[in-house]
Design a protein around this ligand. Structure first.
Ligand SMILES: Nc1ncnc2c1ncn2[C@@H]1O[C@H](COP(=O)(O)OP(=O)(O)OP(=O)(O)O)[C@@H](O)[C@H]1O
Ligand SMILES: [Mg+2]
Length: 233
């Protein structure tokens, strides 16, 4: 569904990613792991069109979408949940979801909203509350809900478990599995909670110093402590 070929990008004159080849297969969960500052977020941002691609190509549904606008990407079924559970604290839960689905006709918004309430009943109970009062985990669910309201086919997620307790990490991972399994959404997830993400993904890449250091099935590295340590050094 998503195919990135020989991608290079960075900020200003500083190159961050070199020769990145990666794929997110349709209907599957693909994970990107790797140390801090290795370029994981940069990869997602350049795929989604938040920063420009210097060289290489991003293909989605067999179309070249390199450097396409984020709006065009959203319209075409791509959603991005950025790092750090960002929601609008001064707005209610419902208002946050309305912003996410602002271009949907009223009727389809309502249909999609009902699906979100079904997925996250806790959010429905708190729909009129200011989002600033939600816990970290609840904010993450709201950020996820805001992305899902547009019924994406490809969901890009940057460290959804950041700052969450171990219990909530498992909770979020189960939701990701559910979204993938029940709605058939293709997922590309960046995650530092390696053990947990290796349990849910079908394929894993490791990015180290801006290059792909590993690509393979999670089972192969899951129990290999030395390999995992190597990928993080
Ligand atoms: N807006 C920016 N301007 C300049 N340099 C940046 C910017 N954002 C990131 N960088 C640099 O690009 C490199 C890769 O950053 P990136 O955020 O992609 O890493 P990451 O793998 O997501 O790290 P983390 O696990 O800490 O989130 C780092 O050296 C970082 O300092
Ligand atoms: Mg990051």
């Amino acid at each position: 569904m998503l195919k990135v070929e020989r991608l290079e990008t960075g900020y200003g004159k500083k190159q961050v990613l070199f020769d990145i080849d990666l794929e997110a297969a349709e209907g599957k969960i693909t994970a990107i792991i790797g140390p801090n500052g290795s370029g994981k977020s940069t990869a997602l941002k350049s795929i989604f069109g938040l920063i420009s691609v210097w060289k290489g190509a991003v293909n989605y549904k067999n179309k070249d979408i390199t450097n396409r606008s984020t709006q065009a990407n959203v319209k075409d079924g791509i959603a991005f949940v950025p790092q750090g559970n960002r929601v609008f604290d001064e707005m209610t839960v419902l208002e946050n979801l309305e912003i996410g689905g602002f271009h949907l006709p009223k009727k389809s918004f309502q249909t999609e909203l009902n699906k979100i309430w079904e997925l996250f009943p806790e959010l429905e109970k708190r729909k009129k509350q200011n989002s600033g009062k939600l816990s970290g985990g609840e904010k993450q669910m709201l950020a996820l809900g805001r992305a899902l309201i547009n019924s994406p086919r490809l969901l890009l997620m940057d460290e959804p478990s950041l700052g969450l307790s171990p219990k909530l990490v498992t909770f979020i991972m189960n939701y990701i599995r559910k979204i993938n399994h029940e709605f058939g959404v293709t997922v590309l997830i960046v995650e530092q909670k390696v053990r947990e993400v290796l349990e849910v993904c079908h394929h894993v890449y490791s990015i180290k110093l801006g290059k792909i250091a590993y690509s393979g099935k999670p089972e192969i590295i899951k129990d290999d402590k030395d390999k995992l340590r190597e990928l993080f050094l």
